[in-house]
Design a protein around this ligand. Structure first.
Ligand SMILES: *Cc1c(COP(=O)(O)O)cnc(C)c1O
Length: 375
């Protein structure tokens, strides 16, 4: 470890690991993945992904958002229906619910997991509620058993937004295997990437087939160019699947590295007074997609000033997602009190968490954070 380490260029918040295998499979798909081989990597990627998560079906799509949209439609969620989701998350989830014709209802997160608070969900339930949509905030699993119990008691579906959580575990079970339908994302900042891309997973054949049909314009699987529904064009390409398959074959080492990065941060930052880290619980194992801190008291620098100061020291960061009900499109949405979503949304920072980060870089970043927060 070198304590005088100084970065030569900006340390980015995210970044994938691309190796020889991705290039090999990618080139093979370019050369050979056409005509009768047009779906070879897609089929392999879907099969291996289902096996890895521990579910029966996996359907590759263009994005995590597309997977969430298809999840809503496959479950028959539409006009007049409400879906409960956290206010603290990416806007795409709310949009996917609205695209399906349904209404998002915003509940709060816990300060412990930074995920959907089961008590808040109970307050948000109405006669119109059809589903609960918990989200794996930066990789950390939500309290799935508590959420599933509420769903059982009220006859609701559970859709997991496991978009950033490939490899996270809830009580030993993989993220994405704990609900009716789950969504994953392989967007370029995620733990495994295909450029853009996503996956819908489920154990239910009927929902899988419905999603598969809607993915390609609602087509009939048995009759060429016959359409039973008005669907979408949400197919992933074989080229992307080639990269995805290579990434999946390396996922264990990616998760291990991300966990290592978090523990490097934790060792340095856990003693800093007034900040919260996204440490896992004894019932969860996070893939630590993003290592993050939340400012819990007043420091000399506000969140945004701290980010600006870090940038001067060549450290790129991201703010947390602003609470969705802050946006014009959702400011009149139905919600319960979401004060934790507001506190985290305005005081949270994602620190650099890319897979190729080194311990020297993490120590450098930690030192700068400590320096600025003790000013
Ligand atoms: C990345 C992400 C999404 C969106 O995924 P896309 O592939 O960009 O559509 C949705 N939800 C969460 C929690 C995410 O982290």
């Amino acid at each position: 470890m070198n304590s005088s380490y100084k970065p030569k260029k900006i340390i980015l918040t995210a970044g994938p690991s691309i190796g020889k295998k991705e290039i090999k499979y990618g080139l093979d798909a370019i050369e050979n993945g056409w005509n009768e081989n047009y779906a070879d990597y897609l089929i392999k990627f879907e099969n291996e992904f289902a096996k890895y998560i521990g579910v029966k079906y996996a359907l590759s799509v263009t994005s995590g958002t597309a997977a969430l949209h298809l999840a809503m439609l496959s479950l028959g969620i539409g006009p007049g229906d409400e879906v409960i989701m956290p206010d603290q998350t990416f806007i795409s989830i709310a949009n996917a619910i609205v695209w399906a014709g349904a209404t998002p209802v915003f509940a709060d997160i816990e300060m412990d997991t930074w995920c959907l608070d089961p008590e808040s969900v109970k307050k948000a339930i109405s006669k119109k509620t059809k589903a609960i949509l918990p989200i794996y905030t930066y990789g950390q699993p939500p309290r799935m058993n508590e959420i599933r119990k509420i769903a059982r008691d009220h006859g609701l579906f559970v859709v997991e937004d496991a978009c950033p959580a490939v490899g996270s575990l809830y009580k030993g079970k993989r993220a994405g295997s704990l609900s009716d339908i789950a969504a994953f994302s392989f967007q370029g900042a995620k733990i495994m990437v295909t450029g853009e891309g996503g996956m819908l997973v489920t154990n239910n054949k009927k929902w899988y087939e419905k999603a598969a049909s809607l993915r390609t314009h609602g087509r009939d699987p048995k009759k060429t160019f016959w359409h039973n529904d008005m669907g979408f064009m949400y197919r992933m390409s074989n080229l992307q699947a080639a990269i995805g398959l290579a990434q999946l074959e390396n996922i264990d080492s990616f998760v291990k590295k991300k966990r290592q990065i978090f523990h490097w941060y934790k060792k340095r930052l856990e003693k800093v007074d007034g900040i919260l880290l996204n440490d896992e619980n004894d019932w969860s194992e996070s893939n630590y997609w993003m290592c993050s801190i939340i400012l819990m008291k007043k420091f000399k620098y506000s969140r945004d000033q701290l980010r600006a100061e870090l940038l001067k020291r060549l450290i790129d960061t991201r703010p947390f997602f602003y609470p969705i009900t802050m946006f014009d499109m959702y400011k009149n949405a139905k919600k319960v009190d979401t004060k934790n979503s507001y506190h985290t949304g305005l005081n949270g920072i994602n620190l650099p968490s890319g897979i190729n980060l080194t311990q020297d870089e993490v120590n450098y970043i930690s030192n700068q954070v400590i320096d600025l927060l003790s000013a």
